[in-house]
Design a protein around this ligand. Sequence first.
Ligand SMILES: C[S@@+](CC[C@H](N)C(=O)[O-])C[C@H]1O[C@@H](n2cnc3c(N)ncnc32)[C@H](O)[C@@H]1O
Length: 202
Amino acid sequence: MQSPFHSKWFVDIMKLNSGRCGIECGVGDGGTYAMLATLCDDITGIDIEPMSDDIHSKMVGIPCQWNYIREDCTNSKYLRGLDDDSVDKFHYDAMSNGKDIAAVINIMYNKMKDDGIWCFDNFHILHFSAMLILMRQWLDYHKGQELMLYPFAIVSDNDRRGKIYLTKNRVSSSRYYRKISGIELMRVPSCRWISERNNNGN
Ligand SMILES: C[S@@+](CC[C@H](N)C(=O)[O-])C[C@H]1O[C@@H](n2cnc3c(N)ncnc32)[C@H](O)[C@@H]1O
């Protein structure tokens, strides 16, 4: 269950692109799933546990084609079977360790549209060092593959939990940032998740 503060930002940010195909990993009782569904024509939730009874009641009145897949999202047949360039909005709210996140990024990278929005939950944003450790794990896991993701928003509540929002495309990242902040950026902040250490000998 997330705070009203996070819910507001979640919906406002996830609607920055107009695409209406959504995926959520980590559905739980369906709180964020139902929120995302209001922005989608079709949405799939993946969770390792059986579907909670709450989900049906949360989806009442939301005009969205939805479905629930019981799978481990780090090794999901369903996710692997998605068409390339087909997903607009992706919310990850399952296990928050670098290896699992990296595995899911690996599966989803080609499935996401260029302007698709990725949201990762459960970052302890104020513990910046924890975030760096996670990133380090991603780098180790990918061993030099180039999977660029550009963060354009980090939202942290006063309980220190936060969400980070990213996209694959530099132009989209700049556009989303401008829409949120109203500021034209001189330079888009980018994050090279995958290091070039193989090239520079480090
Ligand atoms: C924090 S809860 C999700 C909360 C939910 N988004 C909400 O708004 O209520 C995390 C969920 O991730 C699921 N989960 C944990 N590991 C998973 C995995 N490897 N694959 C899929 N789901 C997983 C858990 O079963 C749990 O339902």
